[in-house]
Design a protein around this ligand. Structure first.
Ligand code: M6R
Length: 619
């Protein structure tokens, strides 16, 4: 499952606010990871275990169950995206043991849970949920009954688990500690003053500390208010030996500030993040020369280049592959990460695999990187999250520096990914002698203009996108058509419209639309054409005419010098004329706004689209 977990332990005097409120606020910031049910467990000042959980979103559940009023010394919280067991009060985390003394939250999937459950039932344990997670508190309880203390029982339990997990656990018998373990699901320790934290993402505890330790696979430990213990399992003659880790050497300080993860007056994170694009792009571009220098050198000497990504990140890889072919004369192909195994088998030494992922945790992309490494290819991760799993596992990593993205729909990280990957492609072309430095400089200069161009597009087009959304909200279907670099932008526009506004939006190469899709066109069917440069005008004009002749409502995103094409359209987002590489960065902005306002006008919450989670860490 893709969930958000948090654990906190604090000394008296750490905060005036009850621990339940602190956990609720942390869960709010993790809500992008899942939101079909939510819960917390706190060990109260009186030494009791208080568990409150329910199906539903956090604001509703927290009001209903009074999260803000629960005081205590340590606690865990969870926001869930269901995999095992439907969303329900019973399946919501935390899960407890038979005696109600131990509470566990979990992100991941315990693959051998059925076997463990059968065994526990024979021991007399009774279960109240359909989840895989519930075996964990019962196993700890079982080991404790055999004489182990809480931490030893927790480690014994972890030794039995197969699958993926980030775990946090509290136990009345050791009330000031939060026990944790990580395998294949992200988990980070936050080092506060008179307090310590664990969470799936640093944004959960940024209000309290920026000092973190990113846990590695196979590590377990606990936090107490003034202490952190981390151990790693080593196999010795078939026996697991837990070896202590030097905690101090692992501490890092993150750049992100708490304000970066709050809405700052915007109604939704998505709108805030759309508006942050000029700053995110400026941040990406300010570090880009150093960021891509090593990667461009290895790319310049490479054989073939495969780029892997999912969703929006896949669309960014399509643009990067096109640019590497066109401007660096390299064999480069973009592959949907979940389909990459059919390509990875062809890899050999000298080939390069670039994994593009906002989170750096998407399991399909991560798996592709792992397989590529095994086959001897050099791997490069392009991510937005420092110290993410992909960043640590790839041979080389590049950080896009777009700042935290909370909205489930990727927006600012897409434009930052394209800016960075474009720079990388052009630099590679320059190093290979394919591009003259003067031509490369022209593109670099155009890219440097993108923060102000995007600011201008936001100013000019937001109101117009909102007006067009009045029409879109009445539609069930739409086509998004483009050619060349315009096609991935069309695909991204369609994905945004689908995922947050629930309009069935399909993207096609514009030239392909005659080979089938046009059969669906009827009066008022919206067709959005993405045109990045005047050169494409002639071809797209005929596509617009064909569609309009069959009743389509034609919407155009095109440069201001493509006047003939825009005069044919029913609605036109007139974009600044730029180098096509810079247009590929900025022309998606009106489509993000259109999807956002369509969702708003349909009364939908764009930050929490149904059935989706921000980070997909399961196959
Ligand atoms: O973290 P990643 O970039 O690897 O995530 C990939 C996709 O899950 C992600 O882009 C998803 O498609 C977004 N919801 C798109 O808005």
């Amino acid at each position: 499952m893709v969930c958000g977990i948090v654990g906190v332990t604090a000394d008296e005097g750490f905060s005036q606010e009850p621990l339940g409120k602190l956990i609720k606020d942390a869960l709010k910031r993790l809500e992008y990871r899942g939101y079909d049910s939510v819960g917390l467990a706190v060990i109260t000042n009186e030494g009791l275990l208080e568990v409150r959980k329910s199906k539903g979103m956090i604001d509703y559940v927290s009001r209903k169950l009074g999260f803000d009023t629960v005081s205590g010394v340590s606690g865990v919280g969870h926001t869930r995206w269901a995999t095992h067991g439907k969303p329900s009060d019973e399946n919501a985390h935390p899960h407890t043991d038979c005696s109600g003394r131990i509470a566990v939250v979990h992100n991941g999937i315990i693959e051998n849970y059925k076997k463990l459950k059968e065994f526990l039932i024979t021991e007399g344990h009774s279960f109240t949920s359909d989840t895989d997670t519930e075996v964990i508190p019962h196993l700890v309880e079982s080991f404790k009954k055999r004489g182990y203390d809480t931490y030893e029982a927790f480690k014994k339990t972890v030794e039995l688990l197969e699958g993926a997990y980030a775990l946090a656990m509290i136990d009345i018998d050791d009330p000031r500690k939060v026990f944790f373990a990580r395998r294949m699901s992200p988990l980070i320790v936050g080092l506060g003053t008179k307090s310590n934290f664990v969470a799936s993402d640093v944004v959960a505890f940024l209000n309290y500390t920026r000092r973190i330790i990113v846990l590695m696979d196979g590590e377990v430990g606990y936090v107490a208010p003034n202490k952190v213990v981390i151990e790693k399992a080593l196999l010795n003659e078939g026996m697991v030996r837990w070896t202590p880790i030097d905690v101090e050497s692992r501490v890092r300080v993150v750049e992100w500030s708490p304000e970066m993860s709050s809405k700052e007056g915007y109604d939704f994170f998505m709108l805030k993040e759309i508006h942050e694009q000029p700053y995110a792009l400026a941040s990406t571009l300010s570090g880009v020369v150093d960021a891509v220098s090593e990667a461009s050198r290895v790319l310049a000497r490479s054989g073939r280049v495969l780029l892997l990504g999912a969703g929006t990140s896949y669309h960014a890889t399509l643009i990067a592959a096109l640019l590497l072919r066109r401007y660096a004369d390299l064999w480069a192909e973009a592959i949907v990460a979940s389909e990459s195994r059919w390509w990875l088998s062809t890899l050999s030494q000298g080939d390069i695999v670039i994994g593009v992922s906002q989170s750096g945790e998407t399991i399909d992309t991560l798996k592709g990187i792992r397989e590529a490494k095994e086959r001897g290819a050099l791997t490069i991760a392009v991510t937005n999250v420092m110290e993410s799993t992909m960043t640590r596992e790839a041979d080389m990593s590049i950080y896009i520096r777009a700042g935290p993205e909370i909205g489930v729909a990727a927006t600012k990280t897409f434009t930052s990914q394209i800016a960075l990957l474009s720079y990388l492609a052009i630099k590679t072309g320059e190093l290979r002698g394919v591009l003259k430095p003067s031509i490369a400089n022209e593109v670099y200069n155009a890219l440097r203009e993108t923060p102000s161009i995007v600011a201008k597009i936001l100013k000019n087009e937001e109101e117009r996108a909102s007006v067009l959304a009045d029409k879109m909200r009445t539609k069930n279907n739409a086509y998004y058509l483009g050619r060349g670099l315009g096609l991935p932008i069309a695909m991204e526009g369609a994905l945004k419209m689908k995922e947050i506004a629930y309009v069935h939006a399909e993207a096609y190469p514009a030239g392909e639309s005659k080979h089938g899709p046009i059969a669906l066109i009827e009066e008022g069917f919206p067709v959005i054409f993405v045109v990045l440069s005047k050169d494409e005008e002639e071809l797209i004009k005929s596509n617009i005419e064909e569609m309009k002749a069959r009743g389509a409502y034609a919407i155009l995103v095109s440069p201001s010098n493509a006047e003939e094409a825009s005069s044919l359209a029913d609605f036109c987002f007139v974009m600044p004329v730029q180098h096509e590489v810079a247009s590929a960065v900025s022309y998606v902005v009106p489509l993000q706004l259109l999807a956002y306002y369509t969702a708003i006008k349909k009364g939908l919450d764009p930050d929490k689209p149904r059935n989706l989670a921000k980070t997909v860490t399961v196959f």
